[in-house]
Design a protein. Sequence first.
Lengths: 287, 287
Amino acid sequence: MKNQLILDGKKVANHIKELLSSRINKLGEKGITPCLATILVGDDPASETYVRMKGNACKKLGLESLKVHLPSNITTEDLIALIHKLNRDEKVHGILLQHPVPSHIDERLAFDAIALEKDVDGVTTNGFGQTAFQLGTFPSCTPAAILEMIDYYNLNLEGKNTVVVGRSPILGKPVAMMLLNRNATVTICHSKTKQLEDIVSKADIVVAAVGKPHFIKGDWIKEGAVIIDAGYNKGNVGDVDFIQCKVRASAITPVPAGVGPVTIAMLLKHTVIAAETQTRNLIGITI
Amino acid sequence: MKNQLILDGKKVANHIKELLSSRINKLGEKGITPCLATILVGDDPASETYVRMKGNACKKLGLESLKVHLPSNITTEDLIALIHKLNRDEKVHGILLQHPVPSHIDERLAFDAIALEKDVDGVTTNGFGQTAFQLGTFPSCTPAAILEMIDYYNLNLEGKNTVVVGRSPILGKPVAMMLLNRNATVTICHSKTKQLEDIVSKADIVVAAVGKPHFIKGDWIKEGAVIIDAGYNKGNVGDVDFIQCKVRASAITPVPAGVGPVTIAMLLKHTVIAAETQTRNLIGITI
């Protein structure tokens, strides 16, 4: 049996949080508590759970969490007015609009109403552009988590054939750009891709971001490939058939306890950075 | 001998310009002449030539061209102040900052100072994000030209294995996003890519955006592939070894008279659209 590396999301998340603690303390000494505002529209139970988890993660680390719960019939205009208010609120350092919002709302317009410096969830169009051009604001949290895991485990990206399955604005597209910026050769596949199996079978690194349970099969995987499962589907099931894929992979993320916990840790990290940046004149920290 | 299609950039450019004529006339009836401001910093002879060509193309089609020539020792601050002035100038509908600017200038900051609605050359970070997310502003002109040529000749993109060689902010990255949005499977290669030849040899469509003369060789090309050469190197030489590649390709763009003339036509088209959009209250055109 060869040595298989299970990429442990909880371990990586704890590492990130440990490093944040002293930064949060430093801010605390100046009377500043990093604050994440979460906006939940409507009563989708899954969304409620996600928002609660994020709020709890904030509290546990000593961040403030401002929960805004809006009725499902709110208009795009009113939602945006609220976001603008949070943009102006000096006590709020990060803003997260829980996705998905009810279909009558223009989600893109609402996302793009978030001020770039408070876009800690990395959902704005301009933020995506900045990520793609390496201009240093907050990438989307899941792509950021993927890169963080890769770095934690010292996995090499340079020149690697990397296949991203999925092309969403907050996952497939930004992670493709981030991998590209780290000198991977990146192929982006999606529902219209032909011979997906064949393309995946040539990948040194596979990033699954499809949103279909157990979509990536074990016999698609090249011996020794690295598998990152960014999917989360009903019942806490990933996009990757973990049991099958594990046999061939040199390293693989499980679901749960893979990319998920790191994603939340990155949200916290971005919120702390946002607080440091927005209060830098007060606290004299050099960013 | 099989039938080979030489993708004729002059023909496509003329087609675009013909369609623009009536729109320019309509604007003219309301006293509006679309105006492109071109900013040239310093005395690089190649840049001077490009700016002159673009100015001439404007005039020939009945667009106004406002040429701003700045000394090479201008500061980033002063350049940006000038861009802001042009942003406010209602007579200017599009702004083009000729690339490259002298190295002491923060080119990215200068590009991003251009107002999104006047960014007809498609160089802003936010504009790139909008292109990637299909939000309908102006993509960079060369990627736009590539898609225009593909559409003119009715070449099918859906599910095609498309290899983009190059990852620059105004060429490789945006054309990759545009091809992806048109349902191509997109691989982005670059200087750190391993086995480039092997990857290119599997492509149905190759977009060369490297900036190295005759970099793509004939024996890399799959029989029947479509080759788009977006390179322009000294001596009017493309990135593709045209003579060699033509033998295997089903369709290929030459250099010169390939992507180049269409790029300029797209700049004109974007300027006309910008003029229509910015004056829509005056002219009552529905965009």
